[in-house]
Write a protein that binds this ligand. Sequence first.
Ligand code: COA
Length: 187
Amino acid sequence: MCGPTACDDTTPNDLQSVEHLLDLAFGSDRRSKTSYRLREGNSAVPGLSLVTRDTGVGLSGTISFWPLAIGATQAPALLLGPLAVHPDRQGLGLGIALMQEGLARAKAQGHGLVLLVGDEPYYAKVGFAKLPEGLISLPGPVDPRRFLYVELTPGALAGVTGLAQVPGSMALAVPHASKGEQNHCEA
Ligand SMILES: CC(C)(COP(=O)(O)OP(=O)(O)OC[C@H]1O[C@@H](n2cnc3c(N)ncnc32)[C@H](O)[C@@H]1OP(=O)(O)O)[C@@H](O)C(=O)NCCC(=O)NCCS
């Protein structure tokens, strides 16, 4: 269960409704955000793309997770997001429930480290904390106050440093985190 409702795997038939829900929650310019650079040429992790449904609004919530490779060692991690809940269903616990279910499944799959860009006060509710500044960079600007991580395996962050990339891609540049840019929700 995802809190008050069932938490379902996202199916190919859901994809158009998921895009619509993301446009509703984030606006149609959402693809300009740095997190999207890590979704292009990447594929969401099977088994970790979830939705909630209800008879009123259809899809009420969505979450997905994406594989990353970090730094010279290509250390594995996941990028959480996008996470969105329909405006008419916010504040009912769906966002937290989708994250709890997704993180539990990620842990069961053996993933140790999850990153995201988002509001720390919200994501702290499921264990996320600010990344130490300068440890990991993204292929675009990110406000370091909003660059968060959680360890699903204790110690998973130890020794992980460098540019986060789509697994298998080559680093062309290593941009540094910059304060004040992209100061909005990404996850
Ligand atoms: C952010 C979002 C996913 C939360 O989902 P939700 O189902 O409404 O949230 P939940 O019901 O699980 O959690 C509600 C709690 O989180 C808090 N909360 C919600 N959004 C928050 C935010 N951005 N910052 C801090 N706290 C937040 C609420 O105040 C509430 O706290 P309480 O339980 O102490 O009263 C949803 O509002 C949404 O889709 N927003 C638009 C898209 C977006 O901004 N997504 C990324 C967020 S960085």
